[in-house]
Design a binder for this molecule. Structure first.
Ligand SMILES: Nc1ncnc2c1ncn2[C@@H]1O[C@H](COP(=O)(O)OP(=O)(O)OP(=O)(O)O)[C@@H](O)[C@H]1O
Ligand SMILES: [Mg+2]
Length: 507
């Protein structure tokens, strides 16, 4: 347990620390030209609220705008990983109040996973709304209690609605411009995609995800994946690469390996301690967090060491968005064949290019056919080769042998392409771009589908210095070859000039 502070909190000077001193990771959106914070700060002053230096920095970053006047983090949103009792509710709450007052008639959705958290936030912000200098901005009878109905309404028509995601609150509410996801470490992609369309219709939406580092079994796919992406962007920028980024990522916390019982660690993690958050509040929190690793995460904002937890480049919601039940039949066909580095696994995929894009399907993966040699695979492909524009093969362990076996079976040399390393990289990066641009589709598959399982654990593995990358599975039993195979099939169908069946192509 950290030792109590030596001086009384009331006599201490408010922390002078700025956001950049406080944040362990601060990854800002690109293209920032201005910020909407000064107006918010002025409004806060009228409400008798004075932000501390780090909170001002946070406000400036959240409300940063691009040249077009829209929020720079308007697309990816604002992600804040921060420990408990640091002033999340206060900081974001006062900013949201000021925005509600400055922009009449706006709708804000404030959700937490648990109703206990949501109720507590509503209580805290109701108390704020009743303050002498804030109450005049609130509508008559503007504070409404009641399960699932809690809201604060301002005199100018703006309102904040509160509710818990565990009870399905927040789906399909139209006209929302600001969404706050509290407890963002408990947020599944599905819940997110159910709620986000509500804000998508707004011209200048602001979506704030805030939470503590997740426990191992928290459904934190959204939070983990976005943090990972932010850290990769940070790394790229450190190398001098000015990458585009439409998200703000702020991580406040102590470092892994810090002594969790040391008071200095607490001060490092929590810029509001002890000036704003008194020792008693920390003690109360600690009573509920007896396990040191819970304390490290929630009390000190320390993320667990990155385990082989299965990270993914293509997010579940992105992948789902390209699912189809009706499969196109007419079009140009290509195959992709990916061998694993050790040659023990292989996956075969097909791509069909039609007028609306390309359809991708996994045909077979890791069926053990390699134990019988690549003969059966070559037979299977050769039988269909006359309908196929290109067969793109990667993986040194099997590519040349398969190419040879295909030649022996009279498959046109022009149809066989053993991908060079740059071609392999090009194929890999083509896939996420195509998924995001929804220019590809794949079949909706039942639970346990090999392609879905592969995409779910495949992430970028950077090779060399030029930023090129290939697919790698991020779990011990994950298989990258199905994702590679569809990437190769897509690349082949898009780049080949062959049109099978034409006279000059006949062997
Ligand atoms: N700028 C400030 N001015 C006045 N009080 C502040 C300021 N910043 C933080 N506080 C105070 O710090 C305390 C902790 O803030 P808050 O309740 O918002 O923390 P939190 O991070 O939401 O905590 P929890 O994780 O428990 O929900 C509150 O008493 C809040 O009023
Ligand atoms: Mg709070």
């Amino acid at each position: 347990m950290p030792r109590p502070p030596q001086t009384k909190t009331s006599t201490r000077k408010i922390s002078e620390r700025r956001l950049s001193d406080v944040a362990k990771h601060l990854v800002v959106p690109s293209g920032i030209k201005t910020t909407g914070y000064p107006a918010v700060e002025a409004q806060c002053r009228k409400m008798g609220v004075q932000h501390d230096p780090w909170q001002k920095g946070l406000g400036r970053a959240i409300l940063a705008k691009r040249e077009n006047g829209l929020y720079a983090a308007g697309i990816g949103g604002v992600l804040i990983s921060i420990c408990r009792q640091v002033g999340k509710t206060f900081s974001i709450g006062t900013i949201v109040f000021a925005l509600c007052i400055l922009f009449p008639g706006i709708k804000v959705l404030w959700t937490a996973h648990h109703s206990a958290t949501s109720d507590e936030t509503f209580e805290t912000l109701s108390a704020l709304a009743r303050r002498r200098r804030i109450a005049p901005y609130i509508a008559h009878n503007g504070i409404r209690q009641g399960n699932g109905k809690q809201r604060i309404k301002f005199a100018n028509g703006s309102r904040i609605m509160f509710g818990a995601r565990e009870h399905g609150f927040g789906r399909g509410i139209p006209g929302v411009t600001i969404v706050v996801f509290d407890e963002a470490q408990i947020l599944k992609a599905k819940a997110l995609s159910d709620m986000i369309p509500a804000a998508n219709t707004a011209t200048n939406p602001l979506i704030i995800y805030m939470g503590t580092p997740p426990k191992p079994d928290d459904p934190a796919e959204v939070f983990r994946a976005r943090r990972k992406k932010a850290l990769a962007i940070k790394e790229q920028r450190a190398k001098g690469d000015p990458v585009d980024y439409d998200t703000l990522y702020v991580e406040v916390g102590a470092d892994a390996g810090d002594d969790v019982e040391d008071r200095a660690t607490l001060e490092k993690a929590n810029p509001s301690f002890p000036d704003r958050t008194p020792w008693e509040s920390i003690l109360r929190l600690r009573e509920n967090l007896t396990d040191p690793s819970d304390w490290a995460r929630e009390g000190l904002g320390i993320w667990d060491e990155e385990e082989l937890g299965g990270s993914r480049e293509i997010m579940a919601e992105e992948w789902q968005a390209t699912e189809v039940t009706a499969v196109p039949e007419e079009g140009l066909r290509a195959l992709g064949v990916a061998f694993s580095a050790d040659g023990t696994r292989v996956a075969v995929a097909g791509a069909l290019k039609h007028s609306g894009g390309s359809h991708l399907e996994l045909i077979d993966a890791n069926t053990g056919s390699l134990e019988e040699g690549i003969g059966p695979l070559a037979d299977w492909i050769a039988l269909r080769a006359h309908t196929i524009a290109q067969i793109t093969i990667s993986g040194r362990a099997g590519a040349d042998a398969l190419a040879l076996a295909l030649r022996e079976r009279k498959v046109s040399a022009k149809a066989i392409r053993v991908a060079s390393t740059p071609e392999y990289f090009a194929a890999c990066s083509m896939l996420p771009d195509a998924v995001r641009g929804t220019t590809v589709t794949h079949p909706a598959a039942p639970e346990g589908d090999l392609l879905d399982a592969s995409v779910a654990v495949c992430d970028k593995k950077f090779r060399g210095t030029a930023g090129s990358w290939g697919w790698a599975a991020t779990t011990a039993d994950g298989d990258e070859t199905p994702t590679e195979a569809i990437s190769l099939a897509l690349w082949g169908v898009r780049t080949t000039k062959r049109r099978p069946g034409k006279k000059q192509e006949v062997i």
